[in-house]
Design a protein around this ligand. Sequence first.
Ligand code: TXA
Ligand code: MG
Length: 332
Amino acid sequence: MSSADENDRREVRFRGVVAPTQECIAAAARALQDGHLVAFPTETVYGLGADASNDRAVAAVYDAKGRPHFNPLIVHVATIDAVRDLVVLDRRAEEVAAHFWPGALTLVLRRRADCPVSLLASAGLDTLAVRIPRQAIASALLAACRLPVAAPSANRSGRVSPTTAAHVAESLGDRPAMILDGGPCSIGLESTVVDLTGAVPTILRPGGICEEDLAAVIGPLRSMPAGGNAPRSPGMLEHHYAPEVALRMDAREVRADEALLAFGPEPLAGGALIANLSPSADLSEAAANLFAMLRRLDRPDLAGIAVMPIPNHGLGCAINDRLRRAAAPRSR
Ligand code: TXA
Ligand code: MG
């Protein structure tokens, strides 16, 4: 890297709400490439964007939102070719995409084997939610950064989605390096999320594109039952990624036939295989490594995975939530 490049990289500083000039969009694209967070308008709601292929940047999104668990994120790209690099598009998906993209529709599809998106962004699932937004500033930003951009709504977890730049600033303060101001969102309601991985397309979240319009193109759809005790977040769903082998939390010792998922500078000694979520006990680094390391340790030839205690604050809450789900007995 030349010294000029290094200077460019160091240049990213908090800029707050900015007008979406060409210069600012270019700076926002560079900030994303450097692993920073950028809030940007879409036609639905404002998104809190990060380079979806960068584990640490994705972890920073969960941290900024204060999410109590790792709900998978929607990945935004500029073109259908960019979508094809991430997920498997069959005939049905191509048809739906041609009708509704760019637009307020998110499709859940199977990740390609070589999908560059962080496993943390899809919360360890084999599927990925993707969308091509229509809003001009979003398109320009996605084209300029040439990255898949993970972007949940740009609000703290549990709050309503932001539809103006001021909402974002109120909710997230200086967490995004910059907030591109595109005025009020034209739709103001999140995208419709449709799962196309099964035989019958399923609406996981109603949104900007209505069921009737979808049905006219795809045919009959199923809807996830709303309200009640229905699992609204895929984090609650049975198909959520869990290791094949048993997982033991808060381990104070590790057996010779177990794998160890360590945390901190003093990993337990004695396991058959070890992965350390963060030798420096950094929860953001641990979140970034979580799903990839769980997969690496998920070895049926071993007795299970022992997990060292992880502090239950900040991103540690989401990490522990995820591990508890993975440790819970389940029917297969
Ligand atoms: O309009 C929108 O969709 C906005 C803008 C910024 O694009 N984004 C947004 O993201 O609302 P978020 O993270 O707040 O909501 C993502 C939704 C959640 O309901 C999540 O559970 C679902 O998409 N989702 C993401 N990945 C999924 C997957 N692999 N399988 C099933 N559902 C998924
Ligand atoms: Mg949201």
